[in-house]
Design a binder for this molecule. Structure first.
Ligand SMILES: Nc1ncnc2c1ncn2[C@@H]1O[C@H](COP(=O)(O)OP(=O)(O)OP(=O)(O)O)[C@@H](O)[C@H]1O
Length: 346
């Protein structure tokens, strides 16, 4: 449905988007994550045809956006960041104006506007001037404008920004509902939002796509983290004799344990890491070693984001996630590379 290849956008010397490639299928809900300035909005503007790439290509439904901008734009609904609105217009006038811009025939406009108002629960404010709307209602109007022409691709830049908790719930429900008929790309800083709505996450870092992973793949294969003041060879020889399963592997994490320089954390991949925990504890005690830590690896989007986006440089567990796929680049793909390895490279 959406094919992005080697996409770049420069502002002077700055490569705001640098060699980004990904595919998005029909009806996917994809979260675009990254720190401020990571390049999310720039990607969204290029996907919607509002900004020209410096190089690379975007195909939507098989059509190259550079050659078929108008046709492609008709298929896209876009909620821009800080959704710009005309303050003097009423909600219905704004919708009517947008319907005209989309070329919706006059005979169909009333029904299209009613449907958009209904879906965004804007009825109570339909006649109100935009200038009098609260932040939440302005955001709803932004979404109503984006869905008015029933696009099959929705691109929403921070759709819940500034909403209160009940408005956030409503917006998330609406996005899920919209995704039944449309492919949805959401840019957000809220990790829970991605976990609540999206099936897949793209994490940007410094203009590059650092990770492309299905949410289902995050949280698989947790490892047991053991913190000891022993070296890798000693730890390996102890655990090799424990019979934790043929797939057992011991890896030393690269980050020293804070304030305990003599300690190292080892990640043990076992078939059943939870069941292995008491046996590991017993074996360590039987050796007379001190056990400084024993826990399952943290396995959530927050940890993955920290590792990939570089927010948690000292976070041991965050550096060692075990799911996901390194993003494609123009120079090729890295199939099957784990997020753990991705984290080591970004
Ligand atoms: N018109 C512009 N001229 C110059 N630099 C720009 C322009 N627009 C964006 N940038 C720069 O490009 C980089 C990417 O910006 P972008 O807005 O895409 O990031 P973002 O991930 O959406 O950030 P945020 O989360 O803060 O919205 C930033 O360094 C930004 O300062």
């Amino acid at each position: 449905m959406i094919e992005v290849r080697a996409l770049c956008r420069c502002y002077g010397e700055l490569r705001a988007v640098d060699d980004v490639s990904f595919d998005i299928g029909r009806r996917e809900i994809v979260g675009l994550l990254g720190h401020n300035g990571a390049g999310k909005t720039t990607i969204m503007k290029m996907l919607t045809g509002f900004l020209e790439p410096s190089s690379g290509s975007i195909r939507i439904g098989g059509q190259d956006i550079a050659a078929h901008r108008r046709e492609v734009q008709r298929r896209i609904g876009y909620l821009p960041e800080n959704c710009p609105l005309y303050p003097d217009m009423s909600v219905v006038d704004h919708l009517d104006y947008q319907a005209a811009l989309h070329g919706i025939p006059v005979a169909r406009r009333g029904a299209a506007m009613r449907r958009a108002i209904e879906r965004t629960e804007l009825g109570a404010k339909a006649m109100a001037p935009v200038a009098t709307l609260s932040r939440g209602y302005r955001q709803r109007l932004g979404v109503a404008l984006a869905i008015l022409h029933e696009p099959d691709i929705l691109i929403l830049d921070e759709p819940t920004n500034g909403l209160d908790p009940s408005q956030i719930q409503h917006m998330r429900g609406l996005i899920r509902e919209l995704a039944e008929q449309a492919t949805v790309i959401i840019s957000t800083h809220i990790l829970q939002e991605v976990e609540a709505i999206c099936g897949r996450v793209l994490i940007m870092r410094g203009g590059r796509l650092a990770l492309d992973s299905r949410l289902d793949d995050i949280g698989t294969r947790p490892r047991l983290l053991v913190t000891l003041d022993r070296d890798l060879a000693e730890v390996r020889s102890l655990f090799d004799g424990l019979g934790l399963g043929a797939q057992t592997d011991v890896e030393q994490l690269p980050v020293p344990v804070r304030d305990q320089d003599q300690c190292r954390t080892y990640a043990i991949s076992a078939v059943n890491p939870l069941a292995a925990a008491p046996r590991v504890a017993e074996a360590v005690a039987a050796q007379g070693w001190a056990l400084y830590g024993l826990e399952l690896e943290r396995q959530d989007l927050e940890a993955l984001f920290g590792a990939v986006s570089g927010t948690a440089a000292g976070d041991v567990s965050g550096k060692l996630m075990s799911a996901g796929t390194v993003a494609k680049t123009a120079s090729g793909t890295a199939p099957g590379v784990s997020a753990r390895e991705a984290a080591a490279h970004v």
